[in-house]
Design a protein around this ligand. Structure first.
Ligand SMILES: Nc1nc2c(ncn2[C@@H]2O[C@H](COP(=O)(O)OP(=O)(O)OP(=O)(O)O)[C@@H](O)[C@H]2O)c(=O)[nH]1
Ligand SMILES: [Mg+2]
Length: 248
């Protein structure tokens, strides 16, 4: 079971217009400080926030109850002019959990009216969450031939392929910055990641490493995924033949 909490700035479009045309810098500062605050508040509750298009945030929130969400909303209300709407859903796969959250908001299934919380909440922490941390092997050497912008273009093409591939496995891919991606993964995604890595090696001549972590909170799963990725690097750097995938 995966529980997802999707946070979106309420009535953001109309609000941005109230700032006039000279607003872009203000919006960028607001979005990044909001992200910083959310990552702080949710990581304190052993969750991780995934940034989705800068004005929307996905939290793998297994174990969090309605009260935890209300508590976070109360803190945000004190620090920001804007308000957030939270849609919560849970299901067997990450993509289905996203659908449930979407359905909960669309059909106005209210969990808490005062704090704009909708959907379906589970709140238990007895299911494992699988996170995959993918990273380009030796991106640094590409910098010798490709300029910064060309590297970005390559990374975004890779993001697009990854998102499409893992969506078919009911899983959600997020870009974490640099050459890093994280997939909130179904079992199907985990068992097919080697075939994705092989496909990218053939089509784009890019080598990927994938660390997988399984745990009962998203922060712990991410920690183990990154530890697995670092283990692949350690094996490689010790001169032994490295695996492409390592799981903890
Ligand atoms: N989000 C995130 N970004 C990271 C992490 N580690 C490194 N980065 C970013 O990724 C960029 C590339 O770094 P690396 O992946 O270590 O460089 P590399 O040459 O590809 O080296 P290997 O991945 O070890 O093969 C860095 O400039 C950072 O921006 C991480 O754990 N999480
Ligand atoms: Mg790398």
């Amino acid at each position: 079971m995966i529980q997802l909490s999707i946070l979106k700035i309420s009535e953001y479009g109309p609000w941005t217009l109230t700032l006039g045309s000279d607003r872009e810098h203000e919006l960028q500062m607001l979005q990044s400080s909001l992200y910083k605050e959310l990552q702080k508040l949710f990581s304190q509750k052993n969750c991780l926030v995934f940034l989705n298009r800068a004005d929307e945030f996905f939290v793998v929130s297994n174990g969090l109850k309605l009260d935890d969400h209300i508590q976070i909303q109360k803190i945000l209300e004190k620090s920001f002019d804007i308000r957030l709407t939270i849609s919560i859903g849970y299901a067997e796969s990450p993509f289905e959990a996203n659908l449930k959250a979407y359905e909960g908001k669309k059909n106005e299934i209210i969990l808490n009216k005062e704090y704009n919380i909708f959907g379906f909440i589970n709140g238990t922490s007895n299911s494992q969450i699988s996170i995959m941390h993918l990273d380009v092997d030796d991106l640094s050497s590409k910098r010798k031939t490709d300029s910064p912008y060309e590297i970005s273009s390559t990374i975004f093409e890779l993001y697009s392929k990854m998102s499409k591939f893992f969506l078919k496995k009911n899983s959600l891919t997020f870009f974490m910055g640099g050459d890093n991606f994280m997939v909130v993964a179904s079992n199907d995604a985990k068992t097919s990641v080697q075939s994705f890595i092989d496909m990218i090696k053939n089509e784009d001549k890019i080598s990927l490493n994938c660390g997988i972590g399984n745990a009962y909170t998203s922060r712990e799963s991410v920690k183990l995924a990154t530890k697995s990725l670092d283990t692949i690097r350690e094996i490689r750097d010790s001169g032994k033949e490295k695996p492409d995938v390592y799981e903890l």
